[in-house]
Design a protein around this ligand. Structure first.
Ligand code: ZN
Length: 66
């Protein structure tokens, strides 16, 4: 289960590539945090793939809770 509702970056080139072009679902993801910090977070997946960092964080959290 995701930690936060999916969001992606509506920003452009100056953003980290790992933050842009993916969507985020974990509040602890530093790339997602960067997107939010800059105010570029947009609700939804944007048709992007899940951020790898978010994927790893989610797996970690699920392993802990089971
Ligand atoms: Zn992420």
């Amino acid at each position: 289960m995701a930690d936060v509702d999916p969001f992606h970056s509506s920003g452009r080139a100056h953003l980290d590539k790992r933050a842009h072009g993916h969507y985020h679902v974990e509040s602890k993801c530093q790339f997602g945090q960067r997107v939010k910090l800059r105010g570029y977070d947009t609700p939804g997946t944007g048709g992007y793939r899940l951020c790898k960092r978010c994927s790893a964080l989610m797996a970690k959290r699920e392993a802990k809770s089971s």
